[in-house]
Design a protein around this ligand. Sequence first.
Ligand SMILES: [Zn+2]
Length: 458
Amino acid sequence: VTALFAESALLPEGWARDVRVSIGPDGDIAGIDTGAEPGEAERLAGPILPGMPNLHSHAFQRAMAGLTECSSGTGEDFWSWRQAMYRFLAVLQPEHIRAIAAQLYLEMVKAGYTAVGEFHYLHHDRDGAPYADRASTSLALIEAAQEVGIGLTLLPTLYQANGFDGVPPEAGQRRFIDTVDGILRLIEQLRQRTGADPQLRIGLALHSLRAVPADALAEAVAGLRTMDASAPIHIHVAEQLREVEECVAWSGQRPVAWLLDHAPVDETWCLVHATHMDESETTRLAAARAVAGLCPTTEANLGDGFFPLLQFLAAGGRWGIGSDSHVSVNPIEELRWLEYGRRLRLRRRAVSTGGRPGSTGCALWHGAVEGGRQALARPVGRLATGSRADLVVLNTEAPTLYGKVEDALLDSFIFAGSPALVRDVMIGGRWVVRQGRHAAQERIDAAFRGTLDQILRT
Ligand SMILES: [Zn+2]
């Protein structure tokens, strides 16, 4: 057992002073003592926060971030962005995915993300044929996460159609397409190959209601449950108004309402975006105890719309954050945008506290770590006994944080700070970032540059 000592720590019940964290050989927190003496424990350089889970990622999209911001003059939207994304991913091979993911995960840990949910639909070779090893691209993501040391919830994704009612896929989607049986076999294979690694969890994603017909959705969920009763299930839903209209035309129901009526949505589910919900859908989703996976910078970048946060919070809804397309790899920017979007709309401040007294930053960080813990189905996001030892040490020598403590410190980090204030990061009891540096940084950077040289040339 190793031990750490922090003068200040954000525990699930709030800020505590003189905190001793004992860590077992398995990387779990073995005990937390407050008002403690440091003894022989390692004294940390600043206050500690629970590391932030990032519940929604498509790793390969990091390499195209910033390349889709030019207008063709014909009206850019989500759907034209999607065509650009298909053109980009058409050249990627497993070794490229590995290098891009390692660079992305490196940026994540340096910014304070300590776990990631990879919504992974790029399964097959460029012509759509399976690789000799069907798990090739999945293993590329697992290796990247292991190289960096970030915790991973891998969600192999079922994708079958290009629209409601089983519209056949287009050429740009052929690398995603699989049968229910194919996805379930991939999940089984990954579970066997990766064993009981505490840094890894395998779940399932259903790409969306437009990409997964109703019978395939039911079959995939039932098949997953025979392997793992509590494995996480993620789905993109109600991100775009066009998708809502098409769902109504197909079924007579809005997407979230359809899903709540036709799928066993419970606390193992994460509904990513859920942007366009009416009042009844919002309260019903909260009551189902599923997590709303919010990706504010991507949703802003793609022009999706506003999630009904206030009503969802009032109904006791659970939520977490994801960096999705990775136009930003920075948890404080996601949290800040979540709050600022509502301030601009409502002309009010401190919206994310849900009307309760207290720090906005604290409400944001606490909400996002709890929702992320649930969505990733790993014991993360809490400085508490039995949770993974995933924590972030802030640099209080920096001008933005100097002289500030507790709520004022966290509010300053989120509303006035940047990832540069993350000093040290521990994941699963291992230091992965020390004084802002990762041990494999040069190697990972070089591999990423080599990959960009190849794919941007093609
Ligand atoms: Zn997504």
